[in-house]
Design a protein around this ligand. Structure first.
Ligand code: NAP
Length: 270
């Protein structure tokens, strides 16, 4: 059975991928501060600042590494450089969970898979650095999955909105920013399909329809039946601004397309 190692398997996205793939693959994960994972025999402690990732990789010898890490940016860049060197010489592929923020300097239109990346944020620039090191690999060796904001019933973003409403803390919203979105459930299905079909290259995995950030957050508040939300509207520019990556070249089949309405449906109260 194919061995898959999920870096950041204890995190929100890493763990939802872990749960999706577990029945079908020989799965391993890393954790850092979430010590409850130390009890799981296929989880390894890994700290991107102190440890060499190749120690874990050489122990497991996975055919696929999925990178869902957070942590200090420069340490993550160095970690992915080690991974790219390893992948060049071994029977292994690398899937990097990237972000729409690699395009956050382009405000006037959505971006597509092969558009030039450019970011004004430290987060986007660090994602670009890692993407560029993957791009030095043969195309059959990597997947770059660019995600918008990820929601879901138990997503940290959803929980944060609930906590803010409960405590009366204003929720920061961007009425001028047009976004697309996804959910943990939809993302897991898409990643599973990419792995099964052995697809490689760059994928934009957000909803195909667009909405302003403010409207989407208002819809979540209403869907979760939260009462008394206070919004703090932030205008970064006078014009509408896109933070959107859409698929053009590497489209998944229709049953894996996502709409923001379907993401909201996933947010019904249990
Ligand atoms: N969530 C979103 O909306 C979203 C959108 C676009 C892209 N992304 C990208 O998706 C990836 C995963 O995001 P997430 O939301 O799942 O984050 P998360 O829930 O915070 O999970 C991060 C993972 O990284 C691990 N980690 C944190 N610090 C570390 C360190 N110093 N050394 C080693 N491991 C460390 C965490 O381990 P412990 O928990 O055990 O400490 C956890 O497994 C990130 O690269 C993020 O940029 C996320």
């Amino acid at each position: 059975m194919k061995k898959i190692l999920i870096l950041g398997g204890s995190g929100f996205i890493g763990n939802c991928l872990y749960r999706e793939l577990y029945p079908y693959f020989n799965l391993f994960g890393t954790y850092c501060s979430a010590s409850r994972f130390s009890k799981q025999k296929n989880f390894f402690y890994y700290n991107v600042e102190d440890d060499n990732i190749l120690t874990v990789v050489k122990k497991i010898k996975p055919q696929l590494i999925i990178s869902c890490l957070r942590g200090p940016f420069e340490a993550q860049v160095a970690c992915h450089k080690h991974l790219v060197d390893y992948i060049q010489n071994f029977d292994c592929r690398l899937m990097f969970i990237s972000s729409t923020n690699v395009f956050d300097a382009f405000e006037h239109y959505p971006s597509y898979e092969f558009d030039k990346t450019l970011s004004e944020s430290p987060y986007g620039r660090f994602k670009i650095k890692i993407e560029n090191s993957l791009l030095s690999l043969a195309p059959s060796k990597y997947v770059i999955a660019r995600l918008p904001m990820v929601f879901g019933t138990n997503a940290p973003r959803t929980k944060e909105i609930e906590a803010q409403v409960a405590s009366g803390t204003p929720i920061e919203v961007f009425p001028n920013t047009i976004v697309n979105v996804t959910s943990d459930r939809k993302l897991s299905q898409q990643v599973h399909y990419i792995i099964n079909q052995k697809l490689t290259g760059i994928f934009h995995l957000g909803s195909s329809d667009l909405i302003t950030h403010f409207d989407f957050i208002k819809r979540i508040v209403s869907r979760r039946k939260l009462k008394g939300a206070v919004f703090k509207q932030i205008f970064t520019t006078n014009q509408m601004r896109y933070l959107v990556a859409l698929p053009k070249e590497n489209k998944l089949p229709p049953h894996l397309h996502v709409s923001y309405e379907s993401i909201l449906e996933d947010l019904y109260l249990p």
